[in-house]
Design a protein around this ligand. Structure first.
Ligand code: HEC
Ligand code: HEC
Length: 427
């Protein structure tokens, strides 16, 4: 979480930090830009041509040799994260378009990702913030938005969609049903004959996908919680248990220290995202079923194993990204950030495609229910949990022994379940 500063400094740093902290509010859906709290109740959203193009790209199976799309790892029905129950139950890591190849982390939600600020070092707090990915390495420096930068990765990533080149991706788009839509959006047909054309058009792929990811269809802000905010407390939208859970979330359980439930006052119309975009090591245990541990026997072209460390691999999180960063000052901060992962949004954490549908939680998907997550925060230091995946930098201040009763844990879960988009108001 962010530390508190004494008031005179706050004003000074607030003024200074305006230049670094960018709220990405141009990525807010139009439905939210107004003075009135607005709640989108219709389920069908009118997409702009650019958003529609991004949607086509998001669902198109542009990959090799097997056919897979972004949505195969980021399914809308479960809040744009891993949509396959059998995978979530175990390793929680999805295989790419080459059947034997796996990445090493659980897919975070692709919703609300466009609203993350460009990755930066906050001088006054002394911590890193923003970016996309569990370790922040999709920084957003290239296209001005982390999710746009991120969208350029999976098509070419050998453990994801595995296309051989940018041109190969563009060629598939040129032959697709939506090539005409591309022309409408960008004012010219898709060309990939020179390196300049290739780079320009490949960036446009990222920008279109980010436009879809920023649309009201993906960043819907249509949960029961949003409805409650729009209608006001007195209306009784949240039931007693949910209200109690919210109180605990903001109080005794300290969740809101890292997952703020109030909008950031510097960010205008943007409703609470339930992340402060910082990084932390919670002492989450490893997930012994992570298929990445077996990737020492699977090789990329050129003969290097995907994971030379095999079962000894541990996830360095933010520290691993900083270790290889070109900025020496950031490199020097790798060790104090070892094992830290990005605070994820909690919007849609409870959204699933059925009552018994298991989801996986944390960067490695080791936990399988929200109850288990809350029980971990509550009892990490007083019950026998497996050791942390990374023992350095474990946060010992804000979790570990919260003294919550079983009923209090349940109430916090009930509150998190009000954060699922697509809440239908009973007539
Ligand atoms: C094989 C599964 C897979 C495919 C295919 C895939 N992703 Fe992901 N996605 C992941 C994983 C795993 C991560 C986290 C990686 C990490 O943190 O190192 C991720 C991270 C992301 C994030 C970052 C979210 C955040 O809050 O940090 C976004 C956005 C995203 N993916 C969008 C996409 C888009 C767009 C595509 C298609 C172009 C795509 N993904 C294809 C598995 C996948
Ligand atoms: C010190 C900051 C901090 C506090 C306090 C905190 N969280 Fe988190 N939360 C995180 C971080 C960081 C992660 C990701 C950790 C990882 O993957 O290793 C996370 C992950 C989660 C996830 C998993 C989401 C996903 O998509 O996998 C849930 C659910 C969650 N937190 C709920 C809560 C609740 C409920 C509380 C209060 C009981 C709470 N958090 C308190 C920082 C915090």
């Amino acid at each position: 979480m962010k530390k508190n500063l004494s008031p005179p400094f706050v004003t000074l740093f607030f003024v200074l930090s305006i230049f670094i902290w960018s709220c990405q509010d141009s990525y807010l859906p139009d439905t939210l830009s107004g003075d009135e709290p607005s709640l989108k109740k219709k389920t069908i959203v009118d997409l702009t041509p650019k958003e529609q193009l991004g949607k086509e790209l998001f669902f198109d199976k542009i990959s090799s040799p097997d056919k897979m799309s972004c949505a195969d790892c980021h399914g809308p029905a479960v809040g744009f994260t891993g949509p396959v129950a059998g995978i979530n139950m175990l390793g929680s890591v999805y295989r790419g378009a080459v059947p034997q190849r796996f990445g090493n982390r659980k897919p975070p939600s692709a919703a609300y990702a466009t609203l993350s600020p460009v990755f930066y070092f906050d001088e006054d707090e002394g911590i890193f913030e923003g970016g996309n990915f569990w370790d922040g390495r999709a920084t957003g420096e290239h296209l001005g938005n982390p999710a746009a930068d991120q969208a350029l990765g999976p098509f070419l990533n050998p453990v994801e969609q595995n296309n051989p080149s940018k041109a190969a991706v563009l060629m598939q788009i040129a032959e697709s049903k939506y090539a005409g839509l591309w022309e409408e959006v960008w004012g010219e047909s898709i060309d990939y004959s020179t390196p300049e054309e290739i780079n320009k058009n490949y960036d446009r792929v990222g920008l279109a996908i980010a436009a879809y990811e920023a649309s009201a269809e993906v960043n819907a802000f249509s949960s029961k919680f949003d409805y409650y905010l729009a209608m006001g407390e007195e209306e009784g939208i949240l039931n007693e248990e949910e209200m109690w859970g919210m109180e605990l979330f903001n109080g005794k359980a300290m969740c809101s220290l890292c997952h703020p439930s109030e909008p950031d006052e510097d960010c205008g119309d943007m409703p609470a995202l339930f992340t402060d975009f910082t990084f932390d090591n919670l002492g989450v245990p490893r997930n012994p079923d992570n298929p990445f541990y077996l990737m020492d026997e699977v090789y990329l072209y050129g003969g290097t194993p995907i994971n030379p460390q095999g079962a000894a691999w541990i996830d360095p999180g933010l520290g691993g990204f900083l270790e290889h960063h070109p900025n020496p000052a950031w490199q020097a901060m790798a060790s104090e950030n070892w094992g830290k992962h990005k605070v994820p949004t909690l919007r849609n954490v409870g959204k699933s495609s059925g009552n018994e549908f298991p989801k996986a939680y944390m960067h490695n998907g080791v936990f399988k229910s929200l109850k288990e997550v809350v029980h971990f925060y509550n009892t990490r230091d007083v019950e026998s949990w497996p050791p942390p995946e990374v023992s350095q930098n474990v946060n010992t201040d804000e979790l570990g022994n919260l003294g919550l009763t079983d009923a209090e844990e349940d109430a916090i879960v009930a509150f998190m379940e009000t954060l699922s988009d697509g809440y239908v108001v009973a007539e």
